[in-house]
Design a protein around this ligand. Structure first.
Ligand code: AQP
Length: 344
């Protein structure tokens, strides 16, 4: 079926700690690039604070981290006029539609979600119900705006497939074909999965207990350089061809980071550094990372000095977001027969 929905972008990041180079290269760079694409009527970039509380967050730290993600969005190049920047809990449609989708999604679908298994670990019985049903809230985030395109890293692909399943089931159950679009992921293959600096098999993550495993967007130039110097590698020199990186997860990751930050392909990077050891490559990577990331961190710190200004951006974004969600929610309540339902 051809969709009639207005092309609209939605994505989000959790305020669960310091944003990392993985969040930046995997998602944020793409958010900024999409700002230049006129085919999209709206771009909504959310700080998903309701997702963050699926694991315990110290309240003052949650507020701080929420403003920090907003600051990162702006410092990386999102313009609050052209993009709608807000935090999730300010727009009630997310929680309202999230509940409705909890009743549409099937237990079997959620049982297959690998991120829950990874995050809950061995302690599944003690995980929050919210952590388990997280993808239904994510579906609500996207579909409350009938967003059609979602820029994300690889780890969110499965959740987005579930969003499509929820949309299709809702459309089918209530005989409202094309009520919700089936949103498309926008994944940049080269940067879809930036790996930990301590173990090339693990994703770089905000919540990794080891700070040395990641570059935080607010790390100082010295700390960035130090973390890259200490990044795990192997004793071999870099290969001259991309094929030579297979089976060398850490080398692959560092070459991938260099390529992404310099706007080159991995082949270009290896044409320059192939045959050289990490003793030569790491200082070049450190200089490049410092040059690209440290100024964003500095700008974040500057923005964060004026909390009132960040809060005003979030409030304005929330108002614009709510205006888009309100008519969708009205139709949702009417479709379900929830007479007069909804907060708006
Ligand atoms: N290592 C990564 N490489 C590429 N993309 C990544 N993303 C996260 N890590 C990487 C993408 O960043 C966006 C925001 O992620 P999130 O805040 O929703 O949480 P997450 O995916 O669970 O990322 P983290 O850093 O690992 O957070 P915690 O530690 O809190 O779980 C998403 O588009 C994600 O794909």
């Amino acid at each position: 079926m051809t969709t009639t929905h207005t092309p609209r972008v939605f994505s989000g990041m959790q305020p669960t700690g310091n944003l990392t180079l993985g969040n930046y290269l995997g998602a944020l760079v793409n958010f900024v690039a999409l700002q230049e694409r006129d085919e999209f009527a709206d771009r909504l970039y959310c700080v998903v604070d309701l997702h963050a509380i699926t694991v315990f967050q110290e309240p003052a730290e949650l507020s701080r981290a929420t403003r920090e993600v907003a600051a990162a969005y702006i410092a990386a190049g999102l313009d609050p006029e052209r993009s709608i920047i807000f935090n999730q809990s300010r727009v009630t449609a997310h929680a309202e539609l999230g509940w409705i989708f909890t009743c549409v999604a099937r237990m079997g679908w959620l049982n297959r979600m690998t991120q829950f298994k990874e995050k809950a670990g061995k302690n599944k019985e003690n995980a929050s119900v919210g952590l388990f049903s997280y993808p239904t809230l994510m579906a609500a985030d996207i579909l409350a705006y009938r967003a059609t395109h979602v820029p994300v890293g690889e780890d969110q692909k499965q959740h987005l497939e579930l969003t499509r399943d929820i949309a299709a089931k809702f459309n089918n159950d209530f005989s409202v074909p094309d009520f919700f679009p089936l949103p498309e992921p926008l994944i940049q293959p080269e940067t879809a999965r930036i790996m930990s600096l301590r173990n090339g098999e693990n994703k770089m993550s905000k919540s990794d207990p080891s700070d040395a495993s990641r570059i935080n967007m607010t790390d100082s130039a010295d700390l960035i350089a130090q973390k890259i110097r200490k990044a795990k590698t192997d004793p071999e020199p870099l290969p001259s061809e991309v094929d030579g990186l297979s089976g060398r997860a850490e080398a692959m990751n560092l070459v991938g980071i260099y390529a992404a930050l310099s706007g080159q392909s991995k082949a270009d990077v290896l044409a320059e550094y192939g045959g050289q050891g990490f003793g030569a490559f790491k200082p070049a990577l450190a200089d490049l990372t410092v040059a690209k990331i440290a100024p964003i961190g500095e700008e974040m710190r500057r923005l964060l000095e004026d909390e009132g200004a960040i809060d005003a951006i979030l409030a304005d974004g929330a108002e614009r977001a709510a205006t888009l969600a309100r008519p969708v929610m009205r139709e949702v309540y009417d479709t379900l027969g929830l007479t007069g339902g909804g907060s708006a």
